[in-house]
Design a protein around this ligand. Structure first.
Ligand SMILES: Cc1ncc(COP(=O)(O)O)c(C=O)c1O
Length: 450
C-alpha cells in the first residue's frame, strides 16, 4: 500500500513549491492548539500559524462546533437575491470595530479576491462618478456594425483618474489585479507583460517623506487609488515601517481625494497588537481588505469593507453602474459561522492576555538574539505586535536564498514548523501558543547553527 506522501506525489501540485527539488511533504493527520500531528504522531509547533491564518490554533472545538451547527442548518446559498443570518451578523460586528467609517461589507473567498474587489471598486468608482456608459448592442446590431463589446463610453465630464499607487516591496496576492499592485518580483516575473501599470513609491522614512509628499502634490489629481499594507509589508520580507510617517503621507494622499485601500489581510485581528493596524493611524481608509484570520483560519473567506461614499457611487437607476463582481461561494454560511466564532474567541479576556504575553515573550527574545556570534550572524531584528523577524546574514538577501529550506528542515527535526522568507526568519504564532512552546521556538533559533 503506497503511503500518503507517495500518493500525493502522483496527483498533487503544491503551491509555491518547486517539485523537482522538494522534499516529500509531511502527512498531517490532525491539529490541536498550536500543534500539528503527522501520521506517525510526531508533533510540530506551528510557529507561523499555517501561512498566517490560524490565530486560535488548529481544530478549535468552539469553532468546530459552530461550523457543525451551521452545516446542519444551511451549508450554502446563492448570495444574490438571498441573504442569511451569519453573513449579516459578521457585517454588523465588523462595521462596529473596523477602523473608519465603513458602511458596507462585500464578501469574497480569500485575501487576493478581497484585494481584487477593492481595486475594482476603486476603479469603477471613478468611472461611475464621471462617465456615462451606454449599451450600444442594439444600435450596432441594427446597423450591421461590429458589436463585439457592445458597451460604449459616451461622455466623461470629469478627467478620468487612471493611475494607481502602491508601495515598493508590497504583496497583495496572486490574482492578476492583486499581482499588478504588488511589487514586481520573482512571484510576478513570468506575468509581468500582462500586469497593469502601477506607480510604486517607497514606504515613508525620515529621508524621503518630503519627496513623497511633493510627488503626491504634483500627481495626486490623476491618481484613483492607493493600496497599502499598513505598517507591515509581510510577504515582501516582514518589513515594518513608521506609523507617524504613514499618517503624514496618507494626509497628503487623502487631500487629493485618492481612494485609500488598506490591505489588512494579514495585519487584521490583533496581529500588530491592535485590532487593526489602521487603529495606529489617524487617517482611516476608504476601503479595507480582510481575510486570513477572519475565520480564525478555519475556512476560506474574504471581506472588503467600503464607506458610504464608495457605495453611493454604485447605487443608481443606471444598471451599468452596478458592481458586476461575485463568486460562487460569496458569503458562504459555514465560513461566516466560523468567522463569528473566531470573533467570539477574540473578544475573550484569555485571548487578549495571551496576545500580551506573546508580545512580551517575543520582545525578550529579540533582546537575547545576538546580532553576531560564532554560529550565526543576524541583522534587522524587529517586532510588531506578536510578530518578530530578522535576517540571517548568509548568501545574500532575498526570497530565493536556500537558507530557508535548511532552517525549515532543522526546525522540523525537533518538532517546530518555521518557513523563512528566504533569509528572513520570522515567528508569527497562533495566540494559543503556550509559554513553553514559544520558548522552544526561541531556543531553537538562539542555538541555530548553519
Ligand atoms: C497583505 C496580503 N494581502 C493579500 C494576500 C493574499 O491572500 P490569499 O493568499 O488569501 O489570497 C496576502 C497573503 O499572504 C497578504 O499577506
Amino acid at each position: 500500500m503506497p503511503s500518503l506522501t507517495e500518493r500525493d506525489k502522483e496527483v498533487i501540485w503544491h503551491p509555491y513549491t518547486q517539485h523537482k527539488t522538494m522534499l516529500p511533504p509531511i502527512a498531517i493527520e490532525r491539529g490541536e492548539g498550536s500543534l500539528l500531528f503527522d501520521e506517525n504522531n510526531n508533533n510540530y509547533i506551528d510557529a507561523i500559524s499555517s501561512w498566517w491564518v490560524n490565530i486560535h490554533g488548529h481544530a478549535h472545538p468552539y469553532i468546530a462546533e459552530k461550523i457543525f451547527e451551521q452545516a446542519k442548518k444551511l451549508e450554502h446559498v446563492i448570495f444574490t437575491g438571498f441573504t442569511h443570518e451569519p453573513a449579516v451578523q459578521i457585517a454588523e460586528r465588523l462595521l462596529k470595530i473596523l477602523p473608519g467609517n465603513f458602511s458596507k461589507i462585500f464578501y469574497s473567498d480569500n485575501g487576493s479576491t478581497a484585494v481584487e474587489v477593492a481595486i475594482k471598486m476603486a476603479m469603477q468608482y471613478w468611472r461611475n462618478k464621471g462617465q456615462v456608459i451606454s449599451d450600444k448592442r442594439e444600435e450596432t446590431r441594427d446597423k450591421g456594425q461590429d458589436s463585439a463589446s457592445g458597451i460604449s463610453l459616451t461622455t466623461y465630464p470629469l478627467p478620468l483618474r487612471k493611475k494607481i499607487l502602491a508601495f515598493k516591496n508590497s504583496y497583495h496576492g496572486d490574482t492578476f489585479g492583486a499581482m499588478s499592485v504588488s511589487e514586481r518580483s520573482v512571484f510576478t516575473f513570468p506575468f509581468q507583460d500582462y500586469l497593469f501599470e502601477v506607480i510604486f513609491i517607497e514606504t515613508p522614512n525620515a529621508n524621503n517623506i518630503q519627496d513623497l509628499k511633493s510627488f503626491i502634490q504634483q500627481n495626486g489629481n490623476e491618481i484613483s487609488c492607493f493600496i497599502y499594507e499598513p505598517l507591515l509589508q509581510a510577504a515582501g520580507g516582514m518589513l515594518i515601517y513608521d506609523a507617524k510617517l504613514l499618517d503624514e503621507l496618507l494626509s497628503e494622499i487623502k487631500s487629493h481625494e485618492i481612494i485609500c485601500i488598506a490591505d489588512e489581510v494579514l495585519t487584521g485581528f490583533y496581529r500588530t497588537g491592535k485590532f487593526f493596524a489602521s487603529d495606529y493611524l489617524e487617517n482611516k481608509p476608504d476601503i479595507i481588505c480582510l481575510s486570513k484570520a477572519l475565520t480564525g483560519g478555519t475556512m476560506a473567506l474574504g471581506a472588503t469593507a467600503a464607506t458610504q461614499k464608495i457605495f453611493d457611487a454604485f447605487s443608481s437607476d443606471d444598471k451599468t453602474k452596478t458592481f458586476f463582481h461575485g463568486h460562487s461561494f460569496t458569503a458562504n454560511p459555514i465560513a461566516c459561522a466560523a468567522s463569528l466564532a473566531s470573533l467570539d474567541l477574540l473578544e475573550k479576556e484569555e485571548c487578549k492576555k495571551n496576545i500580551e504575553r506573546i508580545i512580551n515573550q517575543q520582545k525578550e527574545f529579540c533582546l537575547q538574539l545576538p546580532t553576531t556570534n560564532d554560529k550565526l550572524q543576524t541583522k534587522n531584528i524587529r517586532q510588531i505586535g506578536s510578530i518578530i523577524a530578522f535576517e540571517i546574514i548568509d548568501g545574500g538577501d532575498g526570497y530565493l536564498n536556500n537558507i530557508s529550506a535548511v532552517i525549515t528542515q532543522k526546525a522540523l527535526q525537533i518538532g517546530i514548523y518555521l518557513r523563512p522568507l528566504g533569509n528572513t526568519v520570522y515567528i508569527m504564532p497562533p495566540y494559543c501558543i503556550t509559554e513553553e512552546q514559544l520558548n522552544k521556538v526561541h531556543e531553537f533559533l538562539l542555538k541555530l547553527q548553519l
